[in-house]
Ligand binder design. Structure first.
Ligand SMILES: [Zn+2]
Length: 253
């Protein structure tokens, strides 16, 4: 069923509450296309490859986690950015992007959806007591040696994580935050969990893990952020009757 883009945006804003976040990009409708949306394509990043695939399948709107217009970038619409925006405008495809609101949404967000994939029970926010915290802590059903947990992550996400062992402990409690949240490792260590999982890793993260005594698991920025947008797409299909499909443009980082 086709729905007006204004209805779709009102639904998304009510669900994701962008006003609660101080983000690095605008959240919501970033590039306006046609008025009615029936075919919705979801993806992680609004790359040219995703935009081209969406046009090919006849998408009316594309919903992503990583859109355009990041703080600090050149605001001019030239080069790579011009090509992406030109393709969207020429085909009247709406580009909808939600960044931190899509990480944090307590039912459909990247963080809780990653926990569901990995079989982790959420016990609190990485910011204790905050339901909309970006990042969470939780526990495993059964304590696992670090390499057994890494195998489990590899199996579920289809990508081998990079593991830095931070001690002798098996893993029963874990903190996680999808994407490039390696900078939260001290926050996680302060909560006395056995391991911290995020997408990316920096040189210094290795030393931090060893010195703070917490295992660090770099499970992939893209790999950890595939699930929120799919959960939201499925929700929109159920609630509004749009046709949704997820297009995965693989990314090894
Ligand atoms: Zn990200």
């Amino acid at each position: 069923m086709a729905v007006p883009i204004s209805d779709l945006m009102a639904h998304l804003d009510a669900l994701l509450k962008p006003e609660q976040f101080n983000d690095y990009c605008p959240n919501g409708l970033q590039v306006q296309g046609r008025q009615q949306v029936q075919q919705l394509v979801c993806g992680v990043t609004a790359s040219q490859a995703l935009i081209d695939s969406a046009i090919e399948v006849g998408a009316d709107a594309v919903l992503v986690h990583h859109g355009f217009f990041w703080k600090g970038e050149d605001p001019c619409i030239t080069g790579m950015k011009q090509k992406r925006i030109k393709a969207l405008l020429e085909h009247e495809v709406n580009l909808i992007a939600y960044h931190l609101p899509l990480d944090a949404q307590p039912l459909y967000g990247n963080n809780v959806q990653l926990a569901a994939q990995l079989g982790i029970t959420v016990t609190d926010g990485l910011e204790p007591g905050n339901l909309y915290s970006v990042g969470h802590i939780g526990k495993l059903d059964k304590a696992a040696p670090v390499m057994a947990f890494a195998d489990h992550v590899a199996n579920k996400l289809g990508r081998r994580p990079l593991v830095i062992e931070g001690g002798e402990q098996t893993i029963s409690t874990v903190a996680w935050c999808t994407g490039a949240a390696q900078g939260y490792i001290e926050k996680a260590a302060a909560l006395e969990v056995d391991a911290f999982l995020s997408g990316e890793i920096s040189e210094q993260t290795v030393h931090q893990a060893r010195e703070l005594g917490i295992h660090y698991i770099a499970a992939g920025h893209h790999a950890t952020e595939r699930y929120g947008v799919q959960a939201v797409g499925k929700h929109l299909q159920l609630e509004l009757g749009v046709d949704y499909q997820f297009i995965d443009i693989d990314n090894p980082v």
